[in-house]
Design a protein around this ligand. Structure first.
Ligand SMILES: Cc1cc2nc3c(=O)[nH]c(=O)nc-3n(C[C@H](O)[C@H](O)[C@H](O)COP(=O)(O)OP(=O)(O)OC[C@H]3O[C@@H](n4cnc5c(N)ncnc54)[C@H](O)[C@@H]3O)c2cc1C
Length: 387
């Protein structure tokens, strides 16, 4: 049996950031993943994730997003890879009834966070949005919050680079090895996989959409796993308008009866298309039973109802589509807390559709927990007791 200071189970967004920070700090660490990350079975694929600093899900999250942007710049310098593109973000809303985004007060909380944390931003009326960003068909009553330092990160590259740097710093990474069970082992923890068993002082569980399965039925009510669909549509005209220099990432609270809409510029040139998506939280699934393919008809309906009425110069031609998994909590918040029965095990579920932008900074905090067994007081908001 091999012994480590810390084992990280699940090497997606949260696990790769944790193992990178732990290895960098000189901690002996083993990372396990049931697949070979980055992969397309969890929550961290699809080319891009929005990052913004004024966080509409809660102003308390802003410091994590700010720190993550700093860390990605450090990691870029260490690896030579581009991870973060600050093309700006546009949040569109109106005073009328509109689609909720991760709770009811997304737009007003964004503005409050920007003011509280002095994040550079501008409020734009419909006319200004039309002249600066003619690709968006905004309605007269709509307005926008524009944040120039926001943008997108490349999730697969973040994971790949952090895992590779972690190994360079001495971490052991075992892919295609699934954690089956964990149990107390004196003051530490024993982890059992199909291939062996390992001992460590502490275990970080970051299994994403597999968390309910790993933690057992008593945790099931805490998590809702939902299937989400991403579509890439072809650009027909004015490709320059979709370049990251001209096109911000966007989140649009569409009028009543519709869901929210979000999207990205053309990350890899216009031939790669524009990724656009919405969210659904009505139908739940599990990571093992989810339907992974996306039918053409599903994309065609989405284009007709959401893309065509709101964006110019995009065709119904679908270049690709992917399904992806949200692991949501009831308040759209995160869980970062010790296991109620195992103080040497940390439960990390930071998704609810908006966790990636915080992952690099969460990795630092999780590293501190791995070394000292303590979380910052401010992490009380991520506690399990609130459920
Ligand atoms: C469609 C979509 C769009 C999103 N958009 C944004 C966005 O724009 N901005 C943003 O900030 N966030 C966004 N998010 C949320 C963000 O992507 C998630 O918060 C983040 O990916 C969650 O990371 P994770 O590490 O918890 O899960 P994952 O990255 O899925 O990692 C979990 C890992 O655990 C492994 N695993 C599972 N079970 C075991 C086991 N038993 N043993 C070993 N390994 C195991 C899996 O193989 C996987 O690699 C989005 C999510 C989705 C799905």
């Amino acid at each position: 049996m091999l012994a480590y200071e810390v084992i990280v189970a699940g090497l997606g967004a949260m696990g790769s950031a944790s193992i990178y920070q732990l290895a960098r700090a000189g901690v002996s660490v083993l990372g396990l993943d049931r697949f070979s990350p980055p992969h397309e079975f969890g929550s961290s694929h699809g080319d891009s994730r929005i990052t913004r600093l004024a966080i509409g899900e809660g102003a308390h999250l802003t410091p994590l997003a700010q720190r993550s942007q700093e860390l990605w710049r450090h990691i870029e310098a260490d690896s030579g890879e581009t991870l973060l593109t600050q093309c700006g973000a546009l949040m569109i809303s109106s005073d009328e009834t509109r689609a909720p985004v991760h709770g009811a007060s997304f737009f007003s909380t964004t503005l409050e966070a920007a003011r509280r944390h002095r994040i550079a931003h501008a409020m734009l009326d419909a006319q200004t949005i039309r002249s600066r960003f003619p690709q968006f068909c905004v309605r007269d009553q709509e307005y926008g919050y524009y944040e120039p330092e926001a943008g997108f990160v490349r999730p697969e590259a973040c994971i790949r680079v952090q895992l590779s740097l972690a190994q360079r710093f001495g971490a052991h990474v075992h892919t295609s090895e699934r954690l089956g069970k964990f149990e107390s082992d004196g003051a530490g923890v024993r982890v059992i996989t199909e291939l062996g068993s390992y001992r460590a002082r502490r275990l970080i569980l970051a299994a994403g959409a597999w968390m309910p399965e790993l933690l057992g039925p008593s945790f099931a009510p805490v998590f809702r796993v939902t299937r989400q669909v991403l579509n890439w549509f072809a650009v027909t005209e004015n490709p320059d308008l979709f370049a990251p220099e001209r096109c911000p990432v966007f989140i649009w609270q569409l009028p009543e009866g519709l869901r929210m809409l979000y999207g990205f510029p053309a990350l890899d040139g216009p031939s790669g298309g524009i990724k656009i998506a919405s969210e659904q939280d009505r139908v739940t699934t599990t990571a093992d039973s989810v339907r992974r393919d996306v039918e053409e008809a599903e994309s065609a309906d989405f284009y007709r109802d959401y893309v065509a009425p709101n964006l110019r110069y995009l065709s119904a031609h679908r270049l690709k589509a992917r399904s992806c998994l949200y692991t949501q909590t009831a308040d759209f918040g995160f869980i970062v807390d010790v296991h109620p029965s195992y103080p040497q095990v940390l439960i990390v579920s930071a998704c609810s559709g908006h966790g990636f932008k915080h992952s690099a900074a969460l990795g630092e905090v999780l590293c501190q927990w791995g070394m000292q067994g303590r979380l910052p007081e401010s992490f009380g908001v991520f506690g399990l007791r609130r459920f």
